[in-house]
Write a protein that binds this ligand. Structure first.
Ligand code: NCD
Length: 333
């Protein structure tokens, strides 16, 4: 009698666990707003999907029609090359279609239409929206009112989750995510790519070295969040103190467009410039990443070293965004 009771209890625990796992892995129809909303298991799952799609991303084989009949709207109210074009390429490589707004001036926003109205209208045209906006929190707000999935392609100085997924894919593909020591360098205040990346890295037990001038340190709320998540964070202004231990240098552009006062920008521009000289004490297999575009923070000579991975990294945006679209828009897991 007691044994039967125990077995029933055990069965119900196992069933609830399976239910929790299956539900937490549900991507169909989901908004992609911030890395804070993702578990490590979910991230690993997306990266695995991306790996399986990589041959299609390279245009190999007869192509794919996994998303035939689906339409993606890309709404970009801030400049973009890689993010918009790689989403559009990813969609087309999966047999889907794309409609696009490429700037505020080219849309009814220039006539005073609110973002809310635009989103409501596009909700009737497309199956998902990729949104880039200058306002922090814009994607979260969009998700609250949209009937179709919103994918955040950058909200001001906030977050850029799909860049992080391709960054993690690059680290795994070109190096290792386990036992990782990484330096996030440059504009940690306004750089949305590093905000998202730091949140995700905290799930992998990485040693995160935050290298920036005093004025561009990571916002305090993010630093506190990272600590709460048990992240191993070290802050320094000197790259030379840490470079020899690093597996990855993640270099960022000073986000000129986000400085309220141009004189503050001029104070910090050129603070970190990676040259072949900087790399003298680096590990043989250390890799350099950058979300791009790069301004002058990496010398051209560095492009030709064995360390440079930023152009490959930009390519990996295709398989990763294919995986994201497939999961969000697909009927199956
Ligand atoms: C980044 C961005 O827009 O935040 N670019 C990108 O999406 N690859 C980085 C930047 O603009 O510096």
């Amino acid at each position: 009698m007691i044994l039967r009771y125990d077995i029933n209890l055990l069965l119900s625990i196992i069933l609830s666990l399976i239910y929790i796992i299956l539900n937490s892995m549900k991507f169909a129809g989901r908004h992609i707003i911030s890395m804070k909303d993702f578990s490590r298991e979910e991230i690993d799952y997306i990266l695995k999907k991306a790996e399986a799609l990589e041959p299609f991303a390279r245009g190999k084989g007869k192509g794919s029609d996994l998303l035939a009949g689906k339409i993606l709207a890309t709404l970009f109210y801030e400049p973009s090359t890689r993010t918009r074009l790689s989403f559009e390429t990813a969609m087309k490589r999966l047999g889907g279609d794309v409609i696009s707004i490429v700037s505020t001036e080219a849309s009814s926003a220039a006539k005073g239409e609110t973002l809310t109205d635009t989103l409501r209208v596009i909700g009737g045209y497309a199956d998902a929206i990729v949104l880039r906006h200058s306002r922090e929190g814009a994607a979260r707000m969009a998700a609250e009112i949209s009937d179709i999935p919103i994918i955040n392609a950058g909200d001001g100085a906030g977050h850029h989750p799909t860049q992080t997924l391709l960054d993690l894919y690059t680290i795994r593909r070109e190096g290792h995510l386990e036992d990782l020591s990484i330096a996030l360098i440059g504009d940690l205040k306004y750089g949305r790519t590093v905000h998202s990346l730091a949140y995700a890295l905290s799930l992998y037990g990485a040693e995160i070295n935050l290298v920036s001038p005093e004025q561009l340190r990571i916002p305090l709320d993010i630093k506190n969040d990272l600590k709460k998540r048990g992240a191993n964070v070290v802050e320094t202004a000197k790259l030379s103190d840490v470079i020899s231990d690093m597996d990855v240098l993640y270099v960022t552009r000073i986000q000129k467009e986000r400085f309220p006062d141009p004189s503050e920008y001029h104070e910090v521009v050129g603070t970190y410039r990676i040259s072949t000289e900087t790399l003298r004490n680096a590990k043989e297999d250390m890799i350099i990443m950058h979300p791009l575009p790069k301004a002058d923070e990496i010398d051209k000579d560095v492009d030709y070293t064995k360390h440079a991975r930023y152009f490959k990294q930009a390519f990996y945006g295709i398989p990763v965004r294919m995986a994201i679209l497939r999961l969000v828009l697909g009927d199956a897991q």
